[in-house]
Design a protein around this ligand. Structure first.
Ligand SMILES: *Cc1c(COP(=O)(O)O)cnc(C)c1O
Length: 426
């Protein structure tokens, strides 16, 4: 063995996995079991008291899920990760460790529609208050900081328009305020952007999208960068104060630079309960093996299609950071040089009706509410994912009435263009 560090594609195939010690199975087995036998009473007690690591019960951890966790932590450059049942579950579990009732967090206004809903309505019922900031006006994050601010939340490549967020500029504001920066890296995947390299303290993903990549499993993951000092200002009692449910252990003091991932597991996942099925973990792991190949093809196809649409007479504008003329192109070159992702929007001269009609005339593109599938997907956000917003908020979040969102798959680009052409002329 040489001592060179493995590259990204090697990690995507191998990180966290080894042949099964008892059977020699080369693919990671699906440990489809709820629970695990203890060696003896002392072993059981030490597992329950967090004195030893090991398997207890699949709601808290599972060996198939552990391979997925190690792999994504390696791809993102974090210290540890925790897999959960969905991207939204990841967001709840993260915030539960950071916020007490009455606390605030700042979120970029350009977000996945479901996150806007979750933050605005469900989180409010926990007493967690979202304050919106504008990723196109970095100073708006600084202005939103108050003594109750506990975190900043952004997307690296933002839904629905595929805009690129200036992670380093926002991380500087988070550092100064003494709060962690959380980056939802779903649309980029670590193949395109590794937010921890740019100052993120926590990365979350919907594994449902590009990481799983095949549109067959819902999942989420939390990656701990190991960079944040949870004990410094007494602002994060879940991490710095003695935990009554674990004989008074202080998680940050005990677990150091992976304390956040531990807190998410032993307080969040254990008590809120959104465990990922080991079967889904297996499918997502299989997907991750081809992430670099798929992601490059997704991006290359997306760029060609964005260029085609930009030259089409029925199209009034295309919002794709990979186009040289796009206002996010400089940020795309800096943060995402291999490609600007595969999710973007364009506007139709015919407005709302043209959007609805295009979506129904496409044949190869599937009309559905997902992104990051091998298949190409289309949706009209104003009538679906962003329909809960009022008209002004729709436009602000990039989902105006004339906007259509595409998630470009890995089919032959000529076929995708032919489908768009017939639907635009229909
Ligand atoms: C889909 C998505 C989520 C939510 O993930 P689920 O797995 O559907 O719960 C969060 N953020 C982004 C950017 C997404 O695309």
């Amino acid at each position: 063995m040489s001592d060179r560090l493995p590259g990204f594609s090697t990690l995507a195939v191998h990180a966290g996995a080894q042949p099964d010690p008892t059977t020699g199975a080369r693919a990671t087995p699906i440990y489809q079991t709820t629970s695990f036998v203890f060696n003896d009473a002392d072993h059981a007690a030490s597992l329950f008291g967090l004195q030893a690591f090991g398997n207890i019960y699949t709601r808290i951890g599972n060996p198939t899920n552990a391979v997925l966790e190690e792999r994504v932590a390696a791809l993102e450059g974090g210290t540890a990760a925790l897999a959960v049942a969905s991207g939204h579950a990841a967001q709840v579990v993260v915030m539960q460790q950071l916020l007490q009732p009455g606390d605030e967090f700042i979120a970029a206004r350009k977000l996945y529609g479901g996150s806007i809903n979750q933050f605005t309505h469900s989180f409010k019922s926990f007493g967690w208050n979202v304050v919106w900031a504008d990723p196109d006006d970095i100073a708006s994050f600084e202005r939103a900081i108050t003594p109750r601010t506990k975190a900043i939340f952004i997307e690296s490549i933002a839904n629905p328009g595929g805009s690129i967020t200036d992670i380093e500029a926002i991380s500087t504001i988070a550092r100064k305020a003494g709060v962690p920066l959380i980056v939802d890296n779903t649309l980029a995947s670590p193949y395109l952007i590794r937010p921890i390299d740019h100052g993120a303290d926590i990365v979350v993903h919907s594994l449902t999208k590009f990481l799983g990549g095949h549109g067959n499993s819902i999942g989420g993951i939390i990656v701990d960068a190991g960079t944040f000092d949870w004990s410094k200002a007494g602002k994060y009692p879940m991490l710095s104060e003695p935990r009554p449910e674990y004989h008074g252990i202080k998680l940050h003091e005990t677990f150091g630079n992976f304390a956040f991932a531990i807190a998410c597991r032993v307080l969040g996942l254990r008590d809120l309960g959104p465990a990922l099925s080991p079967f889904n973990a297996f499918l997502i792991l299989t997907g991750i093996e081809t992430l670099p190949l798929r992601m490059q093809k997704h991006c290359d196809n997306a760029k060609t299609i964005a260029e085609y649409l930009a030259g089409h007479p029925a199209v009034s504008s295309v919002s794709y950071a990979g186009l040289a003329s796009d206002k996010y192109n400089a940020l795309a070159r800096k943060y995402s040089p291999k490609g600007a992702g595969a999710v973007f929007t364009f506007s139709l001269k015919g407005g709302y009706d043209a959007g609805v009609s295009l979506v129904s005339n496409l044949k190869l593109f599937s009309h559905l509410a997902n992104v990051g599938d091998t298949r190409s997907l289309v949706i009209h956000p104003a009538s679906t994912t962003h329909s809960q917003l009022d008209d002004a908020a729709k436009v602000k979040s990039g989902a105006g009435p004339d906007v259509v969102r595409l998630s470009i798959g890995i089919e032959d680009k000529e076929d995708l263009i032919a489908d768009l052409e017939q639907a635009l002329t229909a």
